[in-house]
Design a protein around this ligand. Structure first.
Ligand SMILES: Nc1nc2c(ncn2[C@@H]2O[C@H](COP(=O)(O)OP(=O)(O)OP(=O)(O)O)[C@@H](O)[C@H]2O)c(=O)[nH]1
Length: 512
């Protein structure tokens, strides 16, 4: 039973699914963290902000274009409209650059670089355009009223003072110039340019016929015309260059790149979210599995503990039983070592111990210890007549009957064969001791049958005693020898009597 359990527990240690499961949990936890990072924080707000910035940049760019158009048709200056937009545009460009890490791959970055290049080119061209537009517009504004003023002068005093032929020619040249200039302004062709140049030459050639004021007006007219001649083609070229920078397309491309990248990122994160859910389920299943394994292990450990406890209790019980048995056996051995097996009386060894202790006590208290050596008379005849078993019964009867007459603190021992010893402590007088001897004799004489057979026995008793320290000095063996000797005297005296040892000592008036 225990071997089986032990094998199961040991088997749990040998198999390694638990360690593998723990390793798998660790790996899946790392994956979980990775997936969580990949799916966490889809910053829609940041993405929206990017798109808003882009829209604003497109709007500002469109406004910029409109301002250029307005400036071309002389409906406003560029400076006051474009300059404040520039700083905002730079800010928006910077924000878009900062949003590039939200995208993956090169597409948005390339589109951004292209947009930035286009915007920088456009800025540079607009700057040049800004430099050329004001004098051009001023000249265009100046020219028609100036021509009208000069024509008025020609109709007035200037016309009177100068030769009529020159006046008429100048008037025609002025009309031509205005016409060429207006056409040139709309479409600055080289042919028109040479015609203007030529007309201007003709006009300047005739200024000599007029007053200094008129000459000054002709010079101013000529300067303005030349300004238009130079700047109109230049501004038109700049406008084309501005249109060709491709800023709008670049902004468009950047918008599409951001859009696509955000959509891809969203799709990717949704995919990772799916993985995350799947991994979470696997992890959960593993945790449940581990929990069940743990519960099972706890159950087995509990079972083993219970059985070990039961085994321990059984073992303790067995040890207690065995200890009790050993104690009983030991007591039995002790009993056998100190008692006579036939009669149950103490044996000579134990008697010697008891006597020695009694002598010590008597020495301390100055009391008297008496020893009576009893040897049965006629016992051999019982054995010989009725057998050994009947003899045993007689011996047991002697033991029982004499023991019955003694005090609890007195002792009766069987030395062997048909020999017994009575030990009395604190004997008050010699008479008291003799009464006990007589009582013992009577009890022995009173045995008349054994095992259904008539028997007749008596006993010879030798009495020895010692008082106080003298007994200790003499010792147990000497006292027993005294009693034995006195018993021998009793045998000699004819048996069936008791004899007191001459060395006997008594208490009180019997002392001696
Ligand atoms: N039945 C029995 N007899 C025993 C035992 N031990 C010794 N005997 C016998 O006891 C007898 C003792 O002998 P004795 O003391 O000479 O016999 P007795 O007839 O009493 O003689 P006296 O002592 O001289 O009176 C012997 O025959 C022994 O064999 C015993 O344990 N049981």
């Amino acid at each position: 039973m225990f071997a089986g359990l032990a094998r199961r527990v040991a088997g749990m240690g040998r198999r390694r699914p638990l360690q593998l499961a723990f390793a798998a949990v660790a790996v899946l936890t790392l994956l979980l963290v990775f997936l969580f990072i990949r799916t966490a924080g889809i910053d829609l707000q940041a993405q929206n902000e990017v798109m808003l910035n882009l829209r604003e940049l497109e709007k500002l760019d469109a406004e910029w274009n409109a301002n250029i158009l307005r400036a071309r048709i002389g409906r406003g200056g560029l400076d006051e409209n474009i300059t404040p937009q520039l700083s905002r545009m730079h800010e928006l460009q910077e924000r878009l650059r900062a949003a590039l890490p939200l995208t993956r791959g090169r597409e948005a970055r390339d589109a951004y670089e292209q947009m930035l290049r286009a915007m920088r080119d456009k800025e540079r061209l607009v700057e040049q355009y800004q430099a050329r537009t004001p004098p051009l517009n001023a000249a265009l504004l100046y020219l028609p009223p100036a021509v009208a003023r000069m024509k008025t002068e020609l109709d007035g005093i200037e016309g009177v003072l100068a030769p009529a032929r020159i006046v008429i020619r100048l008037d025609t040249l002025l009309n031509d110039l205005l016409s060429y200039i207006l056409r040139f302004n709309l479409s600055p062709t080289p042919a028109l340019a040479s015609k203007i140049d030529e007309t201007l030459g003709d006009i300047e050639a005739r200024e000599i016929a007029f007053s200094p004021a008129m000459v000054e007006m002709i010079d101013a007219l000529s300067r303005s015309a030349r300004v238009i001649l130079v700047n109109r083609p230049a501004t038109n070229a700049l406008e084309r260059a501005i249109a060709n920078t491709g800023a709008e397309e670049a902004l468009d491309r950047l918008g599409r790149a951001f859009d696509r990248s955000f959509a891809q990122e969203l799709a990717r994160r949704q995919q990772f979210r799916g993985w995350l859910i799947a991994y979470s389920l696997v992890l959960l299943a593993l945790l449940v599995y581990l929990g069940l394994r743990l519960l099972r292990s706890y159950r087995i450990i509990g079972e083993v503990n219970q059985r070990l406890q039961a085994a321990n209790e059984t073992l303790e019980l067995r040890v207690a039983e065995r200890t009790a048995e050993l104690q009983a056996q030991s007591q039995q051995l002790e009993m056998l070592a100190q008692h006579d097996s036939l009669t149950g009386l103490v044996n000579v060894r134990r008697l010697t111990d008891l006597l020695e202790h009694a002598l010590v006590r008597a020495g301390r208290r100055n009391t008297v210890v008496v020893v009576m050596f009893i040897d049965l008379d006629g016992f051999k005849a019982v054995n010989d007549t009725y057998g050994h078993a009947t003899g045993d019964l007689v011996l047991q009867s002697v033991a029982r009957r004499v023991q019955d007459k003694l005090r609890a603190e007195d002792a009766l021992a069987r030395l062997g064969g048909d020999e017994f010893v009575i030990l009395l402590e604190e004997v008050g007088s010699r008479e008291g001791a003799l009464r006990v001897a007589q009582l013992a004799l009577d009890q022995i004489n009173g045995i008349t049958e054994a095992g259904g057979h008539p028997v007749k026995i008596s006993a010879s008793i030798g009495i020895a005693s010692a008082r106080g320290r003298a007994g200790v000095a003499r010792g147990a063996q000497a006292l027993l020898a005294d009693a034995d000797h006195a018993m021998y005297q009793a045998k000699q005296a004819g048996k069936g009597v008791f004899v007191i040892s001459p060395q006997a000592q008594w208490a009180g008036p019997d002392a001696g």
